[in-house]
Each structure stands twice: as C-alpha cells, then as structure tokens.
Design a protein around this ligand. Structure first.
Ligand code: SAM
Length: 227
C-alpha cells in the first residue's frame, strides 16, 4: 500500500512549513516538484536529500503513467508545488484524480496542510470571509468583463491571484467597473516587503501608480461584498 502526500510549502518565508511536512519529505521515496530547482532551495535549507522529479502542468501522460506505476509498486510519494498548496491554481488536481482512479485500493491520498496565499491573505484582509468566491487567475480576455460585473454585484467577497505584469491593468478595470466597492491588495505576503493596501479601486491604483517600485512581486486581490 502506497501513500501519496499532497504537501503545502512556504509562500515566501522558509519557516512556514510544518514539522509533519518536513518529516514526510524526509521519509518518502520520491518528491514530485513543480520545479525541482525551486524546491531544491527549501530541501537544502532543511537538509532533506530525498530524490526529486518534476511534475508540472505540461507533464505528458507518460509521466503520469510512470507515477501510477510507482504507486502500484508501493512507493510513498510527496507532491509539492513551487509555493503554497498544490492544486490551488497550481498543478496537482489532475494527477490526484488520475491516481485515485487508477490505484483505488493501492493508495491512500493524504493532505499535509500548509500555507496558501489564498487563506493567508483572507485571514488578514479584514473582509467577511465566512463565504467567498475564489477565481484563481482572471482570464486575460474571454469572460473577463463578465467577472468584473459579477464582482460588482456580488454579496460575497471575491478573491483572485494577480501577476505584477497585470496588476495595474486589473486595478484600472476595477476603477471602471467596481469603483464603489472597497478592495484590498496583498503583496509579497510573508516576505520582507509584505504589505496590505486597501481603499477604493481608485485609491489603490493611485498608490501603485505613484510607487512603481511596488509593482513587483506577488499579489492577491479581494473585492468586498455588497453591504
Ligand atoms: N498554490 C499556491 C497557493 O496555494 O498559494 C498559489 C499558486 S499560483 C501559481 C501563484 C500566485 O499566488 C501568485 O501569482 C500570486 O498571485 C499568489 N501568491 C503566491 N505567493 C504569494 C505571496 N507570498 N504573496 C502574495 N501572493 C502570492
């Protein structure tokens, strides 16, 4: 019987990893990494020398077959992404589904919870978060405008991930389509330049436009619900 662990890893601060995650990363036969070079830094920091292989969104079906084979041989395997929780806007869900389908009685699939930019941000956003809508990354074109309309009308908080290349464009869209609501932007959470900026979309856009050096790093955005 094999165990397949889905493990949350830090979103910036290397100390944000559980004792259980570290123990399991040391004990498993293989660690599947979104990018082995990124995970190598974490593993080196904690003296983990377990063999690594890549598994990412472009991995071919032959790779999945090989992983399934290893599971059938009884190997214990861990899956990590570059940062945060696998499967949350990251590779993982498809592989988990395939393993569950192909190896029903031969595997236990176990979560080893850890950080996610989504929950880290929600916990300090100040927004009501008993229920919320998570959109992952917004589409660049098709359906984008409809999503802004929905955010404007929604009685739930809406949260999404954004890249530094698109944050200004997205804030401009929020100014146009959602300007009466309050927004919160989380940048570089858990890292040296962590910050939270909130206000109307115009306030937040102005803040980043006037400090271009802050338009870098990683962003999460929340639009408040209608009151
Ligand atoms: N699976 C990851 C998780 O659970 O957090 C998310 C992966 S997704 C490919 C990467 C996006 O998450 C980034 O573009 C950014 O929007 C957000 N993100 C990741 N780390 C972050 C951080 N430290 N601060 C703010 N946002 C972050």
């Amino acid at each position: 019987m094999s165990t397949f662990y889905v493990i949350g890893t830090p979103i910036g601060n290397l100390e944000d990893i559980t004792l259980r995650a570290l123990r399991i990363l040391k004990e498993v036969d293989l660690i599947l990494c979104e990018d082995t070079r990124v995970t190598a830094k974490l593993l080196k920091h904690y003296g983990v020398s377990t063999p690594k292989e890549s598994y990412h969104e472009h991995s071919k079906s032959a790779k999945i077959e090989r992983i399934i084979e290893l599971v059938r041989e009884g190997k214990n395997i861990a899956l990590v992404s570059d940062a945060g929780t696998p499967g949350i806007s990251d590779p993982g869900s498809f592989l988990v589904a395939k393993i569950r389908e192909a190896c029903k009685d031969e595997v236990t699939i176990v979560s080893v919870p850890g950080p996610s930019a989504l929950t880290a941000f929600l916990s300090i956003s100040g927004a009501p978060t008993n229920d919320f809508t998570f959109l992952g990354f917004l589409p660049h074109k098709k359906g984008r405008e409809t999503l802004f309309k929905e955010m404007d009308e929604s009685s739930r908080a809406t949260v999404f991930y954004e890249s530094p290349h698109r944050i200004l464009k997205t804030l401009e869209s929020l100014v146009k389509m959602v300007n009466k609501k309050r927004v919160v932007v989380g940048r570089e959470l858990t890292k040296m330049y962590e910050e939270i900026v909130s206000g109307t979309p115009s306030d937040v856009l102005q803040y980043f436009k006037s400090q271009k050096e802050k338009v870098r790093g990683e962003f999460v955005v929340l639009v408040f619900p209608s009151s």
